[in-house]
Write a protein that binds this ligand. Structure first.
Ligand SMILES: [Zn+2]
Ligand SMILES: [Zn+2]
Length: 303
């Protein structure tokens, strides 16, 4: 809720006229409580979990030649029923854990100083804060994820997320309830270190989930804009982590590649890339040029 009754009051408090976007924000938020504004995240997350993976569902059901060449594990085909079951399980977790977590975490958001007030942050401020959030999340998530791959963590908690050895978009938030709660910590740390406006916070929660859906898409599309982000992992990178499964000691990072490089946990992935390149150079036959699992499996068989 904004501490001004009118736009004129807000302008005099700021010492200047409101920008167009600030006027929109005033009109929208002036009479809404901060708690209600924070809870918008529940709607955003519901929409993102439900809508963003939908194009991937159609791509998976069609399996047209145009898309097929980008499928990372081409031998795996998911039916409508399988994908719907994944969505249903994610929604159960959403209503039992994700939603309530948002409802009850409001005091922590207040405590760290997420604001709803005017002025709105500049584009640069939003960009730099999001960059910090992504980097802090990536680093913290790396270590928590790596820890979850010990025997106890994997068997008791993380095994659920790895049920999908060939991930799909809907499976991005598919995890044990304890993992959903634990991985809230890396998402929260960045905003706690560099608190910003609630709009930046909304953007952060939304972009992080959209990014996770992309990395679990099962398709390595060459036109995705994330290809231009330096040190970005992407679908092929995380798909390898699921493909290797519980024994995986490779590709733990959630967003970027540098943690795995620095700590030497990308060796399996890089070795596999080399094998694939050799195979590609040696033979131009054999289907999907991006079908790494297929090629890799075949390569191991022939060794
Ligand atoms: Zn894992
Ligand atoms: Zn995953």
């Amino acid at each position: 809720m904004l501490p001004y009754a009118t736009i004129a009051e807000a302008a005099s408090a700021l010492g200047r006229n409101l920008t167009f976007v600030e006027t929109l924000w005033f009109d929208y938020s002036a009479n809404k409580s901060d708690y209600f504004l924070y809870c918008h995240n529940i709607i955003f997350l519901f929409l993102i979990f439900s809508v963003v993976p939908l194009p991937l569902v159609f791509v998976e059901l069609l399996r047209s030649a145009g898309f097929e060449k980008y499928k990372i594990q081409p031998k795996v085909k998911m039916s409508m029923a399988e994908m719907f079951k994944c969505y249903k399980d994610v929604m159960i977790m959403f209503f039992l854990v994700v939603g309530p977590l948002q409802l009850f975490s409001y005091p922590s958001i207040k405590m760290i100083g997420i604001r709803t007030s005017l002025p709105l942050p500049s584009g640069w401020e939003i960009f730099l804060q999001l960059l910090v959030y992504f980097m802090v999340e990536d680093y913290t998530n790396y270590w928590i994820h790596r820890f979850l791959h010990n025997k106890w963590g994997y068997e008791k908690i993380h095994r659920v997320h790895h049920e999908y050895t060939a991930p799909i978009g809907f499976a991005a938030p598919y995890a044990h309830w304890a993992e959903v709660l634990i991985l809230g910590i890396p998402s929260f740390l960045g905003p706690a270190m560099v608190p910003g406006h609630i709009i930046t916070f909304w953007l952060w929660i939304a972009l992080r989930q959209i990014e996770a859906i992309e990395t679990h898409s099962g398709y390595d599309f060459p036109w995705t804009p994330t290809k231009y982000i330096p040190f970005y992992g992407g679908a092929d990178y995380h798909d390898y982590h699921h493909y290797v499964g519980g024994q995986s000691q490779s590709n733990f990072a959630s967003v970027f590649t540098y943690c795995d490089y620095l700590y030497g946990t990308d060796k399996g992935y890089r070795y596999q890339k080399k094998v694939l390149e050799k195979l590609k150079a040696g033979s131009k036959n054999g289907g999907n040029e991006n079908g790494r699992s297929y090629y890799f499996t075949e390569a191991l068989k022939s060794d």
